[in-house]
Design a protein around this ligand. Sequence first.
Ligand SMILES: C=C1C[C@]23C[C@@]1(O)CC[C@H]2[C@@]12CC[C@H](O)[C@@](C)(C(=O)O1)[C@H]2[C@@H]3C(=O)O
Ligand SMILES: O=C(O)CCC(=O)C(=O)O
Ligand SMILES: [Fe+2]
Length: 371
Amino acid sequence: MVVPSTTPVVRQQTTPPQSSHAGGIPTVDLSAHGGRGALSRQVVRACAEHGFFRAVNHGVPPGPAARLDAAARTFFALAPRDKQRAGPPSPLGYGCRSIGFNGDAGELEYLLLHANNPAAVAHRARAIDAEEPSRFSNVVNEYVGAMRQLACEILDLLGEGLGLEDPRSFSKLITDTDSDSLLRINHYPTACNAHNLDHDSQCKMKSSVRTKTTSNGVKPSAGGRVGFGEHSDPQILSLLRANDVDGLQVLLNADGKEVWVQVPADQSAFFVNVGDLLQALTNGKLVSVRHRVIASSSRARLSTIYFAAPPLHARILALAETITANAPSQYRPFTWAEYKKTMYSLRLSHSRLNLFHIDHDGHSNVGEGEE
Ligand SMILES: C=C1C[C@]23C[C@@]1(O)CC[C@H]2[C@@]12CC[C@H](O)[C@@](C)(C(=O)O1)[C@H]2[C@@H]3C(=O)O
Ligand SMILES: O=C(O)CCC(=O)C(=O)O
Ligand SMILES: [Fe+2]
């Protein structure tokens, strides 16, 4: 008689260890020591479970980042009236405290620039570095080139890991000559220096943006200053790099509960965010992560984010490989231009992709719930 064994069957681990989760933040080593297949699975897993990971050993040389940071510091150190020559943001240009067009504000100043239009950057540079505009546009273009390459590498890994017939489907969207990618440089001054942001700020700062209990009931920290309020990035993929000052937080799912997790600063890493469009393109397999910045009162944070986007006319619809009988299309097709128009009519914290969600009866939700 064969007696069934009561010993549980333990499957042999055939793949190298998964990405590490130091402090709850998944980390992916892009140097691919474990092989490209394992790496692509790790990247997919991080983007499917969290929509976010820290990329280390990414192969980007430090020079372009150091040169961009130096140029940004020089600009942000100028007098308010000189900086304002590069603004107001339209949405591109220099902005101070105000974010978007619908009343959002944060304890920051920023430069928002085209990342696929050197002529536009050269034009803007005349107001940013009046002495030698090409100095500024050269460092921006050099940095953007490095970011485009890293974004393509990560998107190709995602394409491979998801088993797409054309693994380059995502990267092709961002390398199109008309790609609408952006570069953003954010400067969060210390509480003491915040009054230098603009002329009439001294009184404004008294009513400065303080954290309130957020939608999930979590208070970030008592008396925290909101640097950049809760949101998801609308584009395909964002690559963020910052100095050694903490502040970035991501909303992660832990045991079925959503919790804000502090992202420890790491100057040598890139933090990778899935954007709304990648969620739509993958039919919700990869998730666009909600994040925010709580500004430190004592140390200034400088961060740079490359937002990889498709051309305005690109039609965004779930790739065939992500649609099955059990997972029908979740979002109605839309163009990036249409999505941008919708997003600029909404507040920062709006879950705008939901407006394009198809409900179970097959109706689209677009137009509903707008603020
Ligand atoms: C309030 C807004 C600012 C923003 C456009 C929006 O209407 C909603 C999305 C915001 C965001 C977040 C990520 C990026 O920082 C950004 C440049 C983007 O593409 O979408 C900003 C927009 C902005 O600051 O113009
Ligand atoms: O400045 C940061 O660290 C993040 C800002 C951000 O999320 C954004 O600009 O979209
Ligand atoms: Fe963001």
